[in-house]
Design a protein around this ligand. Structure first.
Ligand SMILES: C[S@@+](CC[C@H](N)C(=O)[O-])C[C@H]1O[C@@H](n2cnc3c(N)ncnc32)[C@H](O)[C@@H]1O
Length: 163
């Protein structure tokens, strides 16, 4: 199974809150983005944003240049449906981060929760790093976060804001 089919299959067969990395709100990510001391007009890219609610919370905070990129069209559809009309305020990109063409020096904030560590081939990792270097503005912020394993995530359910 290729990687896109792999992720599509997950998002087509599981409810958004049934995946091991689910968190109702990505508090830690929000905190990191707030701490970047950026203005509300900052361009934020959530790489591999999936169906997460980070985009909802960023819009609620007043950020109005938010892009969500994910390899899975089903994940993006889920997030769009949840947002309803507000989805029009977001730029959605269905793409593989290691292969897509991103605009140069476009983003003030690059956010990745649990995407980079799924890239196991050195070429994929290098391609990802080159994307960061190309697409993040000089002086921009890169937040890359890990997520614990399924078992640990279940054990830590009540503390998922810390993931
Ligand atoms: C573990 S999930 C995390 C989702 C989201 N960041 C969160 O915290 O809820 C990993 C996400 O990365 C996406 N993904 C995996 N490989 C990707 C790639 N090469 N390019 C873009 N997205 C990718 C998957 O579709 C999935 O939504």
């Amino acid at each position: 199974m290729d990687k896109q089919s792999y992720w599509e299959n997950i998002y087509q067969t599981k409810k958004p809150d049934a995946v091991s990395w689910y968190c109702p709100h990505l508090e830690k990510s929000l905190e990191l983005i707030r701490r970047s001391a950026i203005s509300l007009s900052a361009a934020i890219l959530d790489v591999g944003g999936g169906a997460s609610t980070l985009v909802d919370d960023l819009l609620k905070e007043g950020f109005h240049d938010v892009t969500v990129l994910d390899i899975s069209a089903a994940a993006i559809e889920t997030a769009k449906k949840r947002l309803g009309k507000q989805a029009n305020q977001v730029t959605w990109l269905t793409a593989d981060i290691t292969e897509t063409d991103l605009p140069k020096n476009r983003y003030d904030v690059w956010h990745d929760r649990a995407v980079f560590h799924f890239l196991i081939e050195p070429q994929q990792r290098m391609a990802y790093i080159l994307q960061v270097l190309l697409a993040v503005k000089p002086g921009g912020h890169v937040h890359r976060r890990h997520v614990r394993t399924r078992r640990a995530a279940q054990m830590q359910w009540s503390r998922c804001h810390a993931l």
